[in-house]
Write a protein that binds this ligand. Structure first.
Ligand code: GAR
Length: 191
């Protein structure tokens, strides 16, 4: 049976683009929708070339059930948060149990929680002189960045690494691993 992915992002969308590209030729797994809460998000341009239109939503639609029912109609097997910054409410979790996953740019449980996203995470890692960082892909639950961990991967930090260098090392890990983890999760359900 074909599997259906929904992607949600708030900004740049390089992970969304990478995931769309990974599944572009797949005959069994399809990106059926890309959603953003930011009408100026770069993700909108990034997915255009795949023939996928990004739908923009506001806080009201996100919290009053409207967006849930739109997405429900698309019958997603997996909802993937790729750089999405709003907190997922219990209405979402009840509607899509164990179907919402998130990527976090650090080795959770370190550097998680409200306000910990993007460069803020990399700055904190750098300020603590950590010798490594990484990515965490996890199920979403009612607390920020605390859901069950599905996958982690790590990378070494050198003394001279800037926040931008750390960010690009982490992005490389994301590009290499996120689509594969999604693929694995969706295939596991077939068995
Ligand atoms: C990614 O590094 C992702 O891990 C992070 O935002 C970036 C989005 O980049 N997510 C969080 O910080 C969530 N707390 P992208 O828009 O280029 O894919």
């Amino acid at each position: 049976m074909a599997k259906r992915i929904i992607l949600i992002a708030s900004g740049n969308g390089s992970n969304v683009e990478n995931i769309c590209s990974f599944f572009e030729k797949d005959q069994k797994i399809f990106v059926v929708g890309v959603y953003t809460n930011n009408p100026k998000a770069k993700v909108i341009d990034r997915v255009f070339r795949f023939g996928i239109k990004t739908k923009v939503f506001d806080k009201e639609a996100f919290t009053n059930g409207e967006l849930i029912s739109i997405i429900k109609k698309q019958k997603p097997d997996l909802i993937v948060l790729a750089g999405f910054l709003w907190k997922i409410g219990s209405d979402w979790l009840n509607e899509f149990p164990y179907k919402i996953i998130n990527i976090h740019p650090a080795l959770l449980p370190k550097y998680g929680g409200k306000g910990m996203y993007g460069k803020h995470v990399h700055r904190a890692v750098k300020n603590n002189n950590d010798e490594e960082t990484g990515i965490t892909i996890h199920y979403v639950n009612e607390s920020y960045d605390e859901g069950a961990i599905i996958f982690q991967s790590r990378v070494k930090i050198d003394n001279e690494d800037s926040i931008d260098t750390i960010a690009s090392k982490v992005h490389e890990l994301e590009y290499a691993n996120f689509p594969k983890v999604i693929h694995r999760l969706l295939n596991k359900e077939n068995k």
